[in-house]
Design a protein around this ligand. Sequence first.
Ligand SMILES: [Zn+2]
Length: 324
Amino acid sequence: MVDHSGIKASEEDLIHQPIRAEITFKFASVPLPEEILVCTLPIWTMGTGTMEYFDEFGPRSKTVVEPQDLDTCCFAMNLQRMQKGTQPMHTLPKGFYCNEFLDLNPLDIQDLLDFQKKYGRITGARKRKPYDEDMHAVLRPEPDGDVFAGARERRHADQLSGIKASQALYDAVPNEEYVDTMLINQLSAVSFREAIATVLDAQAVVKDLLRVQREDLGPMTVLEALSAKEASEYLSIILGKAVPLIQLVTEGAEHKRFYDLIDGVFIQLARGLLNNNAYRTCANPECGRTFTPREMNRRLDTLYCCSACQERAKRLRYVNKHSK
Ligand SMILES: [Zn+2]
């Protein structure tokens, strides 16, 4: 008789074995911008009971998202607060992808809202449609089949149902009543499920790829290498869409391109990996940022992410020494 459980256990063991060969990145030439401009739009939340997630409306009764609100509540643009003409833009901080972005807990709606207000709007893997005469069809969110090609199945399912939920919110707005601002706001709805699934998905991609260049964690396991491979395929698909290989430019004209927040995260991630040095943690005890020296334009042997941290650590050492 074959011992099925025995076979399963040995496969489990195998997948957690360290790999002996060295794993590195090999890049094709992709024109990755160094500075990532992101548009910051006034965003708020809509849906029954959404105020219960925020301190400013009395004591918060919900701290993390409740399952029943995932599909019926959403983040939406607030047209009343929108500026006329060009919207404000900002540059993503250096190392945003492996610090602020990984620190975000998307299940905390108050944090997720503040994050989007500060850094930019989060949408899922939506289809980018060309302009067409039927604006209703152009704006209606639809999942982008290509973008799911490299993602893992469970995350694919989460993202897909998130976008479907946004679609349902969109379809709840009657077509002929575009005059009402509240209804127009609702057309920009990104369901809680869609926004959360997007963040969790992108965070996993960042973590899986950073692992390759974390020398301090020792050799990668087979499972970690497989996850990194999937994540790199997914990253390639996103970059292929976000950064065109051929661009048409007009001489003398300045081209300020801005990016979707998640695309910006992936571009920064690719640039960080391209630097091909190991990630380290800033030795200033008050900072602790993850960085690679090259992306911060620092000496390769530095322990600090920036000169301010180096100075601060020196000062702290001095204070400690003289207070004893
Ligand atoms: Zn630092």
